[in-house]
Design a protein around this ligand. Sequence first.
Ligand code: FAD
Length: 568
Amino acid sequence: MDVPKHDVLIVGGGGAGLRAAIAAVEADEHITVGVVSKVYPMRSHTVSAEGGTAAAVREDNTDSHAYDTIKGSDFLADQDAVEIFVKESIDEVIQLEHWGCPWSRDPDGLMSVRTFGGMSVDRTLFCSDKTGFHMLHTLYQTALKYDRIAWYDEWFVTSLLKDDGKICGVTALNVRSGAIDAIPAKAVILCTGGAGKLFAFTTNASIKTGDGMALTYRAGGPLKDMEFVQYHPTGLPGTGILITEASRSEGGHMINREGDRYLSAYTPERMELGPRDMLSRAFIQEMRANRVFEGPYGEYVHLDIRHLGEELIMERLPFVRELATEYVGIDPVYEPIPVRPVVHYMMGGIHTDANAKTPVDGLYAAGEAACVSMNGANRLGSNSLSEIIVFGARSGKAAVEYASEQEFPEANTLSQMAQAEKKRIEEQFLKPRNGNERVATIRRDLQLAMEQGAGIYRTEEEMKTACEAIRKLLKRYEQVEVDDKSSVFNTDLIAALELGYMLDVAEALAHSALLREESRGSHAREDFTTRDDERFLQHSLAYQTPEGPRIEYLPVSITRWQPEERKY
Ligand SMILES: Cc1cc2nc3c(=O)[nH]c(=O)nc-3n(C[C@H](O)[C@H](O)[C@H](O)COP(=O)(O)OP(=O)(O)OC[C@H]3O[C@@H](n4cnc5c(N)ncnc54)[C@H](O)[C@@H]3O)c2cc1C
């Protein structure tokens, strides 16, 4: 197949990718944009976001949003990036409104807002409890209006192409035909989402395997703050399906086995609306004190929304009712919902500046795949949906500006690179090789190592064990056998390629965690229990080397808010 070339190529059709695509075509009326996505754009993980998106509309101000975000981040967020974020998130949600996003409204017609964990005022806009679905729809229908955006739906990116030190496109597997082609571009934006699938128990869709993070890492770019993994305190036992924070924001209570609203001992001022890292740790403390319930899928506590009444539940939380009824057989109008902490979000990701630029020339990143950083050591709920539109838009504009000064790479060079990639994949995965390893087995062992070594509480010994286990898994991965050798919709091959990405990202994560000898935000160590600003008011940067990750550090940017003790 003859593949066209694009000034800007975006990998990812979620909220960040689609917002980047619209911003890029709007920035310059001549350029063309390609959007590559391994699933149909509307199946991206953004679609499953429930609770809402934060912006300082209504009785609020940007300083308060900034302070809450920075305090929530345990002072690791870059404050210049946060200041951009709080200002531009207002413009972005209004822009979405103009494109048709059906924000829920109060009787007076103003956009409704609810409080999320760690936010001091009501600033989370929502569309009932299907916010991500409506935002993604709005972005998709807007993007479809531009015939200068070309769609590569169900194409899987396998590598970044570099010529003379600059990114000049990607290679991608056309999932439908099995062909591997180069897609040339002057600039590439990675909007590939997070990597929750490094863990077995997660709210994340199975496509969230850290592909863009690994692609950058392999291309020489650093991964920033990878040690910070967000556990969400309310997932359904067994499946890990998320029960949105909106259920607590609307007034739900967390209750232990003794019938107590136990958060009074942990986040007395905010109770159920404390930040996610603290609420997840509170669960573990309750578990250690033997005050949780035991069920067929492990320990849990109760999330009780019965007192909200059926009418409010049906208006504001209908999806919560549906999920609880379908997946645990409990109607929350009449019974409390069993919940436990579950891996939800990666604060870390591809190191970028506030214009989404990475240190690799021609490479940009936005959304959950990127680390700007505005989430620091702990993201506040509802800041991610705003982040993807703010920095998605910024990445689109910045990439167009860069692309306008570049030439397309030589066709010959690109076709040679595509041939080399095709050969690599064929030799490694598609030729009969009697490999004695299976994708599912290595993935299971990886998830086990991550759960044991990079959980809610961490120790040096456990993290070292995880680092060693991942090294061994990388070796075993060389022997992996893909049973399906066919070309059409070869999901076995895709799973093998994704596993390669996951192993690289996991190694960067485990090493970054091991070296951070302090407790900050979601990174809670049993052997270094306090925050150490003297040594670690810094971002970690993980670089790939043949011997394993090399970790460097970068100072945090502080503008107006000095670090202080974090209490709720
Ligand atoms: C269940 C759930 C509920 C959530 N609720 C909220 C909420 O209420 N509020 C909030 O602020 N945040 C919420 N979040 C977090 C938020 O939804 C995500 O962080 C955000 O939507 C990520 O958007 P994204 O565009 O960066 O990535 P995604 O939406 O994950 O999109 C990634 C895209 O990259 C593509 N891709 C990946 N790898 C490849 C590859 N190798 N080749 C080609 N394409 C590739 C995928 O096809 C996809 O299109 C929630 C998350 C979950 C899991």
